[in-house]
Design a binder for this molecule. Structure first.
Ligand code: SF4
Length: 345
């Protein structure tokens, strides 16, 4: 039986929305397992892909970049915030509690493995960046009533909100796995696929229009809920801007073909053991930099890579005509074949 959209997500007294059981059976054998991150690592540097997913050498020096560390703590804190709101919709109004959680998580998880790469920056600078991100996010989104986090019920009848939700999809026999930061639903039935970015670079419009990560997550939700419209929501937290994008079915089909073509390229490289190094400014953050011959050679030649971005933030945002909607506190961008809007303070 095909459920009407309004029947898909009946409102519950908890203030959240329950996902129906689909009963769909999962496939158990695949031609290979990938993720958006894994594909990106290959695209950026095949040698890094080889180290990370095939050879897996011991790390002479354990390394976590401070940027990744801060990003993880911010993600955890937003997960905590929405968990609070899920279990008690009237909560989540205390920014001090949220910041305490962030500080506590930072202190508990900080270790000597966390390294600051950018010259002139300290760990405290990054801690404060995270604090500012959370304050700004809170100010932009409180009282958090714009959508409702979806959930499922586990075997013990406990409601589990879709926060850091694992999704699996299969394209042409290849399994792709990912974690969605938050899946929610608006009152009109649109599903929102939220992703938090702590990057210091604002993307160009074309970059977002062609983004693979959230489009893959959309495929996972399309399979379960084919009738519900879906928006991809990118929260560029350092800029306090949210980008909302709808992708067409044709684009999604093209994306599937592109993903399969990329996977086949990786398989061929694996067969031929052909993983060239691609040395860029990214190497400064690469966990294998100390054992990578290409990087070591460049360093010996005195061509060590320093970050190319001396300041903190930069923007690549395209100039796109927009109208201002003060009710939504958003700029609405109308781009052919897209509804593209940006929300900011
Ligand atoms: S240091 Fe640079 S070239 Fe070497 S593996 Fe890492 S990203 Fe690739």
């Amino acid at each position: 039986m095909v459920l009407k959209q309004t029947q898909l997500f009946p409102l519950e007294s908890s203030g959240c929305v329950k996902l129906p059981e689909t009963g769909a059976k999962k496939r158990t054998s695949f031609r290979g397992s990938y993720s958006h991150t894994k594909l990106s690592v290959y695209e950026n540097c095949p040698l890094c892909y080889n180290y990370k997913y095939i050879e897996k050498p011991e790390h002479p020096i354990p390394f976590t970049s401070i940027e990744a560390f801060m990003g993880s703590r911010v993600h955890e804190t937003l997960e905590y915030l929405y968990k609070q709101i899920f279990h008690s919709p009237e909560s989540g109004s205390d920014i001090h509690e949220i910041l305490c959680y962030y500080k506590d998580a930072w202190n508990k998880k900080m270790s000597d493995d966390v390294k600051v790469v950018k010259e002139g920056m300290t760990a405290l600078d990054y801690f404060e960046q995270g604090e500012k991100i959370l304050k700004d996010y809170f100010e932009l989104h409180a009282p958090f009533s714009e959508d409702r986090t979806l959930f499922e019920t586990d075997n013990f009848n406990k409601e589990k909100p879709f926060l850091e939700k694992r999704v699996d999809i299969v394209i042409d026999g290849y399994k792709l796995m990912g974690f969605v930061d938050r899946i929610a639903e608006k009152e009109d039935g649109t599903i929102l696929i939220h992703d938090y970015k702590t990057s210091g670079t604002l993307p160009a419009v074309d970059t977002l229009k062609n983004d693979r990560q959230l489009a893959l997550y959309r495929i996972a939700l399309d399979e379960k809920y084919p009738d519900a419209p879906k928006e991809l929501v990118y929260h560029y937290l350092k800029f306090n801007q949210d980008f909302y994008i709808m992708r067409s079915d044709e684009e999604i089909e093209q994306l599937k073909k592109d993903v399969v073509a990329l996977i086949r390229k990786i398989e061929k490289a694996t067969e031929e053991k052909n993983f060239p190094a691609v040395v860029t400014s990214r190497c400064a953050w690469c966990e294998f930099a100390t054992i990578c011959p290409a990087k070591v050679k460049k360093d010996a030649e005195g061509q060590s890579w320093k970050p190319e971005i001396p300041g903190d933030f930069r923007t690549e945002t395209d100039e796109v005509p927009y109208i201002f909607d003060k009710d939504l506190r958003a700029r609405l961008f109308i781009v052919p074949d897209y509804v593209f809007r940006i929300r900011q303070k």
